[in-house]
Design a protein around this ligand. Structure first.
Ligand SMILES: *[C@@H]1O[C@H](CO)[C@@H](O)[C@H](O)[C@H]1NC(C)=O
Ligand SMILES: *[C@@H]1O[C@H](CO)[C@@H](O)[C@H](O)[C@H]1NC(C)=O
Ligand SMILES: *[C@@H]1O[C@H](CO)[C@@H](O)[C@H](O)[C@H]1NC(C)=O
Ligand SMILES: *[C@@H]1O[C@H](CO)[C@@H](O)[C@H](O)[C@H]1NC(C)=O
Ligand SMILES: *[C@@H]1O[C@H](CO)[C@@H](O)[C@H](O)[C@H]1NC(C)=O
Ligand SMILES: *[C@@H]1O[C@H](CO)[C@@H](O)[C@H](O)[C@H]1NC(C)=O
Ligand SMILES: *[C@@H]1O[C@H](CO)[C@@H](O)[C@H](O)[C@H]1NC(C)=O
Ligand SMILES: *[C@@H]1O[C@H](CO)[C@@H](O)[C@H](O)[C@H]1NC(C)=O
Ligand SMILES: *[C@@H]1O[C@H](CO)[C@@H](O)[C@H](O)[C@H]1NC(C)=O
Length: 679
């Protein structure tokens, strides 16, 4: 039997944390201090997402890397990481046995592998990459592709293996991953749910141990306790797991328009390193102690034989014994209500409910997953600069286009993504019609598969509606009064990211589907009717959030043009003193996007409340690397009626860090690399 060297890995979503690269060294150092050995990452090549530089930084700090190539990655990332142009390729069916898709996927994977090889980044070349992943959780959707699923899996595996990287490939949630590709588990309880490797010479790998769960608009963040994470990680190792990857160890920020549908800008803030890169206790410290305890068991784990036997009705021992007396034990109490006293090798041990004790020498308890000794360190946000003087703001009202001002015309309702190509969240649908009475009782009814809709009649706002993560279709139904004569109806359909999951992403439909006006007597159907379109907002097209662009329009004093939705606001501010991370408090705003010095720091949607009545996200990460000492340009695009006068620039810090942060158990993976495989 070959047992693999195991690693603790963290999934670092480099795509998500598109922090400027100067944040990488300290984030990687904190991961290493937390007892991790491997960084998992997705990637991108453009701008500040320099994958080669990131991997070299990981290597410089003595860590390893798992490269999750995909190219489909899901990851709550816009379109699951696939480029939007791919949907326009003739005859394409994503992620199936389809020649156009396989051609483009093959080209991408080859380009990336060649880039890594040319920089000598694979472990086989002396680099840090020890694993790479092809596809992502395909087993979840495979059935939808019928007979085109299995041949695609076989093709993807053999294509990847054929690239001869010299390091293994994994497929996660793919029980039938073809040899030699390793089937890996994703989930919260892989120690309990994973059926194991699908052939005896493969290691048990857990590619995503969910440290929390990503949040969607309208829902509270889901938290998972340090004890629960530690229990399942220890169990997975006890059951001969080789590699546990926390998803996420650091989630980061989805800057710009990079989130998938309905995903907030902040990503996995509940992870051991929070959105700002600060240590979240007790998660970080408890897992660090777990990692240290497991590393004390290395020799028997790597070269010993595992035996397992019951210690009680719901208690179990997993014991690893080497040839020369080394012994490590994992004592499991799976009773979630009571303490259990168990006898193991003539000693008694008290195991708290639902916990695992780790005995690196089969005698002394080095760690128990339910006993959290890490303390303190609560995050606090200090109010910095308030923008509460109306005269420091200027505003620019976005024009509401009428049909007669549009140039793109069709006699049907156009599909939104096909029309915008995802260059913008915004698509205006406009039409004009004659109304021959003064009847005030009309009802405007619009059905949409976009995410948000704002309705205007003759330039006046009449109402808005939005969908939700669980209910994507929605309707706007408003009583409106039309003029006797010509009327202009302008409907702004807004997307909050493209979908990232499920089969047939290329066929998803968004935007308006049906428009009717109901009078007392009858209704008019405008679904097939002369429509005029405007792609994007004027302010976006002029890039008025940049220094150059902002001079292209006439800004006016705050509040000078009434309370119309769709207003741009701008002001200047100085960076807060000190080194603490900076966050923009947008709690007084509604929905929109924010830019600092021309960089989008993401969409905000403060008005979409959770069931507790609070915003899904109030503070927005503003990396110091985006800031100058003085005169930073802040621009907000507000779709609703938010109040910029209450916005503030705050700083984030951890008060009172005590406990075990500084203590470390210095077992380095390089110390036992040589013993990584044994028969
Ligand atoms: C993964 O980590 C989460 C906490 O983040 C934990 O609750 C869960 O049990 C772990 N998953 C498994 C399979 O252990
Ligand atoms: C613990 O008990 C639960 C419920 O019976 C079961 O699903 C799970 O697999 C058990 N876990 C272990 C580690 O025995
Ligand atoms: C388990 O034992 C501890 C320490 O003896 C005690 O504080 C705790 O209340 C016990 N828990 C239960 C569920 O009995
Ligand atoms: C446990 O006790 C028995 C009887 O006293 C003894 O034979 C055995 O060697 C002991 N085992 C260990 C691991 O100490
Ligand atoms: C379009 O119609 C509006 C409202 O009647 C009018 O104010 C505007 O001047 C027209 N624009 C053009 C380009 O005809
Ligand atoms: C997308 O637009 C093109 C023309 O621009 C059209 O031929 C095609 O049918 C559209 N596809 C969808 C899915 O609407
Ligand atoms: C609507 O306008 C037309 C033309 O100006 C006029 O003849 C008609 O009386 C008006 N109808 C009502 C109900 O005011
Ligand atoms: C429209 O107005 C009527 C009464 O005039 C009212 O019964 C109805 O609820 C209103 N509909 C909407 C969508 O506001
Ligand atoms: C409106 O027109 C569209 C296109 O002709 C048609 O599919 C739809 O059924 C009509 N809706 C109603 C309520 O008549």
């Amino acid at each position: 039997m070959v047992r693999w060297l195991w690693w603790f890995a963290l999934l670092w979503e480099a795509l998500g944390t598109t922090h400027a690269g100067n944040m990488w060294p300290s984030l990687i150092a904190k991961a290493k201090a937390g007892g991790l050995d491997v960084i998992d990452t997705y990637f991108d090549f453009s701008g500040r997402h320099d994958i080669v530089r990131f991997i070299k930084e990981v290597q410089a700090q003595g860590l390893y890397l798992c490269l999750r190539i995909g190219p489909f990655i899901e990851a709550e990332w816009n379109y699951g990481g696939l480029p939007v142009w791919l949907r326009d390729v003739q005859g394409i069916v994503f992620r199936s046995d389809n020649e156009p898709f396989k051609y483009h996927m093959g080209r991408f994977v080859t380009k990336l592998v060649n880039m890594m090889k040319s920089k000598r980044l694979y472990a086989s070349q002396g680099g840090p990459i020890i694993l790479s992943q092809i596809e992502n959780e395909y087993g979840m959707v495979e059935k939808a592709f019928h007979e085109n699923g299995p041949p695609y899996v076989r093709w993807a595996a053999s294509f990847a293996v054929g690239l001869q990287t010299g390091v293994p490939w994994v497929m996660c949630k793919q029980d039938d991953a073809p040899d030699p590709v390793i089937n890996a588990c994703n989930g919260r309880r892989c120690g309990e749910t994973f059926a194991g490797p699908n052939s005896p010479n493969k290691p048990a790998i857990w590619t995503e141990n969910w440290t929390s769960l990503y949040q969607v608009y309208g829902e509270e963040p889901l938290t998972r306790s340090a004890e629960d994470i530690a229990f399942h990680t220890a169990l997975f190792i006890a059951r001969k797991g080789s590699y546990v990857n926390y998803y996420m160890y650091h989630g980061g920020t989805n800057f710009g328009r990079t989130t998938a549908a309905y995903i907030p800008t902040s990503y996995y803030d509940q992870a051991p390193l929070d959105e700002y890169g600060l240590i979240r206790q007790p998660k970080w410290g408890h897992l660090k102690e777990l990692h240290a305890a497991i590393k004390l068991c290395l020799k028997p784990l790597l070269s010993g034989e595992q035996t397992t036997f019951p210690l009680g009705q719901l208690q179990q021992a997993y014991v690893f014994k080497g040839i020369s007396e080394e012994c490590a034990a994992f004592l499991v109490n799976n009773n979630s209500r009571v303490n259990a006293t168990v006898f193991f090798e003539n000693s008694s041990y008290e195991l708290p409910p639902k916990s695992i004790s780790i005995l690196p020498d089969c005698k002394t308890e080095a760690f128990n997953t339910a006993k959290v000794s890490t303390q303190g360190g609560t995050r606090s946000i200090k109010l910095g600069q308030k923008f509460d003087l109306p005269n420091i703001w200027e505003e620019y009202k976005e024009a509401i286009p009428n049909f007669n001002e549009t140039s793109l015309r069709e006699n049907v309702l156009l599909e939104q993504t096909n029309t915008t190509k995802d260059t913008t969240d915004y698509l205006w649908y406009t039409f004009s019609f004659q109304h021959d009475s003064l009847d005030t009782g009309s009802i405007l009814q619009v059905n949409s598969l976009g995410h948000v809709l704002y309705g205007f009649v003759n330039g006046n706002f009449v109402g808005s509606a939005h969908g939700s993560p669980s209910n994507r279709g929605f309707a706007l139904e408003k009583n409106v009064s039309f003029n006797n004569g010509t009327n202009h109806v302008s409907l702004l359909s807004v997307m909050v990211g493209l979908p990232d999951s499920g089969a047939f992403l290329e066929r998803r439909v968004a935007g308006l589907r049906r428009v009717r006006i109901q009078d007392k007597e009858d209704f008019k159907n405008f679904t097939n009717y002369p429509w005029g379109y405007q792609v994007g907002l004027l302010g976006e097209n002029l890039q008025i959030y940049t220094e150059i662009g902002s001079s292209k329009v006439q800004w006016s004093k705050l509040g000078s043009s009434g309370n119309q939705p769709l207003t741009w606001y701008k002001t200047l501010f100085d960076a807060p003193a000190g080194e603490d991370p900076v966050a923009l408090n947008l709690g007084s705003m509604g929905k929109g996007e924010a830019w600092v010095n021309g960089q989008s720091i993401g969409r905000y949607w403060v008005s979409f409340h959770t069931s507790n009545g609070s915003p899904s996200q109030t503070w927005y990460n503003l990396p110091r690397s985006f800031l100058k000492p003085t005169g930073n340009l802040l621009v907000l695009l507000e779709e609703e009626n938010g109040n910029p006068v209450e916005v503030s620039v705050d700083t984030v810090s951890i008060a009172n860090v005590h406990g075990n942060v500084a203590r470390s158990h210095p077992t380095r993976p390089s110390d036992f690399m040589g013993g990584s495989k044994s028969n």
